[in-house]
Design a protein around this ligand. Structure first.
Ligand code: SF4
Length: 179
């Protein structure tokens, strides 16, 4: 049995540059491997979902179905690194982060998990009272998990990006938790 304090290293672990290149090849203008301790969580973020978004409570990928800031802090504590991406304006952030999640899992990052930029629109309406119709593709947005996206982007040095309202149609920031 492997002791708890021994880290599992993915069999075919990739260099940061390879992970970044994969994101660029899929239509990102920028990608960066960041430490999860630089990902800001805040309770005020949920207020903006609850009292500023018509999707609140209507999607399985939005609050209150998603982890709040405290739960997300615990989850992020189980990861060391994440790939932060900025998609091209005409690219589909959701498709990019899900494709990266799947690819990284195949490469040994068994905990890989995608966080997107816009509320899920795969079904109309969402079967929020039962179960997800596309669990392999439906992923929450960063904001839906209590992440302060603008502060996180700033902390990681992308100060040249104009701040855009998280979850809006034009928002281009996504992330894949790595391991
Ligand atoms: S895939 Fe469909 S059921 Fe699942 S969260 Fe998205 S809209 Fe809801």
């Amino acid at each position: 049995m492997i002791p708890d304090n021994v880290k599992m290293i993915p069999k075919s672990i990739r260099s940061n540059q390879e992970l970044i290149q994969e994101a660029l090849d899929l239509g990102c203008t920028k990608a960066k491997v960041v430490l999860t301790q630089t990902i800001s969580r805040a309770h005020w973020v949920k207020l903006h979902c609850q009292f500023g978004c018509s999707q609140y409570g209507k999607l399985l990928t939005c609050p209150p179905c998603t982890p709040d800031a405290d739960e997300m802090a615990e989850i992020l504590g189980e990861y060391e690194k994440a790939l932060l991406i900025n998609a091209a304006p005409d690219a589909n952030v959701q498709e990019i982060v899900v494709a990266l999640e799947n690819s990284f899992k195949e490469k040994g990052y068994f905990k890989a998990f995608a966080l997107g930029a816009q509320p899920c629109d795969l079904c109309d309406p969402c079967t929020v009272s039962t179960f997800c119709q596309h669990p392999e593709k439906a992923r929450p947005t960063l904001q839906a998990c209590g992440i302060d996206v603008i502060t996180t982007v700033d902390k990681n040095g992308w100060t040249d990006l104009a701040p855009d309202k998280p979850c809006s149609d034009s928002h281009t920031i996504g992330m894949v938790l790595l391991g």
